[in-house]
Design a binder for this molecule. Structure first.
Ligand code: AOF
Ligand code: ZN
Length: 397
C-alpha cells in the first residue's frame, strides 16, 4: 500500500505521545502508538509507561476498547517496531494480529537484538501491510533521537554517556582551586537561562556522575530541579575510591530512600537515589548508615563504573565532573555526546582545564557530528551551547 496523506500526521501524534511519556519509560524505550480506521479516524492511542508494564500497542488497544470501538481492520502507527518477545509482557506483534489490524506503519526498527526485524517479519508473514518509514526521513530521525540511550546501551552493554561542562570563553572549567572552597559562594560562569537548560538536560537522564574532588570543593546536590515528574529519581553517583564523602555533604540532605521493591525482572536494584562507588577495602559503614547505596569495585575505571551502572538498569549517564574525570572518560573513549556551555567571561591560564592533559574543548568540537548551536541570554550578553555526538548511538543497531 502506498504512503497515505494521514500517515505523517498520525506518526507525529505517536511521537508526541512517546515524547510526553519519555520520563516514565526507562529502562525500556519510549514508544507511542495510534490506532485508526482505514479512513483516518482515531480509534485509540497510548504510550508505554514502564511501571504499568503494558507496551504502547497494548495501551492503545485498551483505549480502543474503552472508547467502545473495534480494532478490526485498523491501521497501527507505532514509533518503534512492535516487539516479538516474551519479557515482562507478551509480544505486541501477536496482540496486534489477534486484534485483527490490517496495516502497521512503523517509524523505526527496535534496536533490541532479540527483537530487531522479528516483529516486522511476524506481522508481514501474517499478511499485514507493514510500512517502515525511510531511515533518512525527519520522522525516523526523531523516533531514533528519542531512544538514543536505549539503542546504545541495549547493544553495547553500557549506558550512553553525555559529558556536560560549563566553560569560560577560554575553555576553562573553574578558577584555580586556591580561589574556590565549599564555603565560598558558588562560582557561576553561565547565567540562569543556561543553568535552567542544564536542569532540563538532567531531567532526560537516568543518572548523573561526578567525582569526589567536585564533591569536596563544590558540595553540589546534583538533583533534577525541574519539578517535572519522572518514574525514578535521577540517580546521583559519586566516584569516591576511599569513601571520603563527608556525611554532612549536600548530597545527603537531598537523598531519597526508594521504596524497597520485590526483586523481579527488570526492576532497578537501587535503594537510594545516591550511590557511591569506592574501591575494595574502603570502609563503607558510615555512608551506608545514611541510607545511601555503596558499591565497592576492584577498580574505579570509567568502564568498570559504567558496567556496574548497566547492571542497575541505567541507560543514560550525565557526566558533570572536574578536569580529571573528564579526561579519564575522554581518554577511555567513553564519552558519547557533548553538551558544552560557553560563557563570555575569561578565567585565564591558571584556571582548571576542561580535561587535565587535554584534549581542549575547542579541539573536541571539531570531532562532533550532528552539531547544534544555541544561545541563552546572560545579562547584556549571551551564553552559547554547543552539542554534538562523538559516537552515533544507533551505529551498531
Ligand atoms: C514495543 N512497544 O511500548 C515497548 C517495547 O520486558 P518487556 O516485556 O517490557 O519488553 C521490553 C522490550 O520490548 C524492550 O527491550 C524493547 O525491545 C521492547 N519495547 N516494544 O513493541 C513498547 N516499550
Ligand atoms: Zn511490545
Amino acid at each position: 500500500m502506498p504512503w497515505l496523506p494521514d500517515d505523517d500526521r498520525f506518526l507525529h501524534r505517536a511521537l508526541e505521545l512517546a515524547r510526553d511519556a519519555s520520563a516514565f519509560a526507562s529502562p525500556n524505550p519510549a514508544v507511542g502508538c495510534v490506532l485508526t480506521t482505514a479512513t483516518g479516524d482515531v480509534l485509540g492511542e497510548g504510550a508505554h509507561l514502564y511501571d504499568l508494564r503494558d507496551h504502547a500497542e497494548i495501551v492503545a488497544l485498551k483505549d480502543v476498547a474503552v472508547r467502545g470501538h473495534s480494532p478490526y481492520g485498523a491501521t497501527a502507527y507505532v514509533t518503534l517496531e512492535p516487539c516479538s518477545i516474551h519479557g515482562r509482557t507478551g509480544p505486541c506483534a501477536d496482540a496486534l494480529l489477534a486484534a485483527g489490524i490490517s496495516r502497521c506503519v512503523v517509524a523505526t526498527a527496535d534496536p533490541n537484538p532479540s527483537v530487531h526485524g522479528r516483529g516486522l517479519a511476524k506481522l508481514r508473514s501474517a499478511g499485514i501491510a507493514v510500512e517502515v518509514v525511510p531511515a533518512s526521513s525527519e520522522i525516523a530521525q526523531q523516533a531514533r533521537r528519542l531512544n538514543d540511550a536505549f539503542a546504545f546501551s541495549i547493544v553495547q552493554g553500557r549506558p550512553f554517556v553525555t559529558l556536560k561542562a560549563a566553560l569560560s570563553v577560554d575553555g576553562k572549567l573553574a578558577p584555580p582551586p586556591s580561589q574556590r572552597s565549599a564555603e565560598a559562594a558558588p562560582h557561576w560562569l553561565t547565567g540562569p537561562a543556561a543553568r535552567a537548560d542544564v536542569q532540563q538536560l538532567r531531567h532526560t537522564q537516568d543518572a548523573i556522575l561526578t567525582g569526589i574532588g567536585t564533591v569536596l570543593v563544590d558540595d553540589p546536590s546534583l538533583t533534577d530541579r525541574t519539578g517535572q515528574p519522572r518514574r525514578r529519581p535521577l540517580l546521583r553517583v559519586v566516584l569516591d575510591s576511599h569513601l571520603r564523602t563527608p556525611p554532612t555533604a549536600a548530597l545527603f540532605r537531598e537523598a531519597t530512600i526508594l521504596r524497597k521493591q520485590k526483586p523481579e525482572y527488570g526492576d532497578t536494584p537501587n535503594t537510594s537515589d545516591l550511590l557511591l562507588f569506592g574501591t575494595a577495602g574502603a570502609d563503607s559503614a558510615a555512608l551506608t548508615a545514611t541510607g545511601a547505596d555503596v558499591e565497592l569495585l576492584p577498580e574505579l575505571s570509567p568502564l568498570a563504573v559504567l558496567k556496574a551502572l548497566h547492571r542497575r538498569n541505567i541507560r543514560s549517564v550525565l557526566l558533570e565532573a572536574g578536569s580529571r574525570l573528564n579526561a579519564a572518560f575522554l581518554r577511555a573513549g567513553l564519552v558519547d555526546k557533548l553538551v558544552l556551555y560557553f560563557a563570555e567571561s575569561e578565567l585565564g591560564p591558571d584556571a582548571l582545564p576542561f580535561a587535565v592533559g587535554g584534549p581542549s574543548p575547542f579541539a573536541i568540537q571539531e570531532r562532533l557530528s550532528n552539531a547544534t548551536r544555541a544561545t541563552f541570554p546572560h545579562g547584556d550578553s549571551e551564553d552559547i551551547r554547543i552539542t554534538g555526538y562523538l559516537h552515533d548511538p544507533w551505529a551498531a543497531v
